[in-house]
Design a binder for this molecule. Sequence first.
Ligand code: 5GP
Length: 238
Amino acid sequence: MSGANFGANSANACANLGKNLSATTQNANSAQSKNARKGYVLLISGPSGAGKSTLLARLMSEFKNELYFSVSCTTRAARNGEIDGVNYHFISEDDFKKGIEEGLFLEYAFVHSHYYGTRAKETEQALQQGKIVIFDIDVQGFHLVRDKLKDTLTSVFITSKSANELKNRLLKRASNDDIEKRLKNAQSEMKALCEYDYLIINEDLERAYEQLKSIFMAQKLKLSCYNVNEILSEWIKS
Ligand code: 5GP
């Protein structure tokens, strides 16, 4: 089952986010605010065990003032060392379903036998502040947000160099995760990689990090991430 089965509320959350984003841009332009940048979403997907969390933690620590990590809600249990409110909001299945009913989620999906979802309100607020919002979500979630976020979205698929390497990494992880299920899901997730803007094959952590950083830096300079009218009017005035 995927989040699409409960699509109406998520669709509303997405539609609101889209509207609010364009309102933010207009407000920023008309108020001639000093903030010449628009927020955007840097969305990361990839098989479990590919190293997404490690790479993102490093990006977050290097660029903490510019980035906002969207902390997802999940019904899975916390792993050793994971902190509620930092890695995830760990909630019960009842609370998750209530959140769905209340339209709390921008998107959500059933992944590896648990629910995972992105809270709409926090994302919206961070984007309004011109932040770069990081989503670490699965392929189903990517499909649910990509049409709504349009040019506000940059998507990156991160994977290991081989299926075998992925298996070794999952085996090394001290967790109760169902490894067989995660490996099986990895096969279908890999089929979606051609739908993303960028691909990182994480063979060497240092190199993969430099690649992720390059994508983030290049994206910041994209014209669609600026409030162009504001820059022009400031330029003329000064
Ligand atoms: P893990 O249990 O290993 O932390 O995450 C399992 C999978 O769920 C990963 O592929 C991760 O990207 C995905 N995931 C985490 N949060 C969300 C979310 O809010 N929405 C969706 N659709 N997937 C998520």
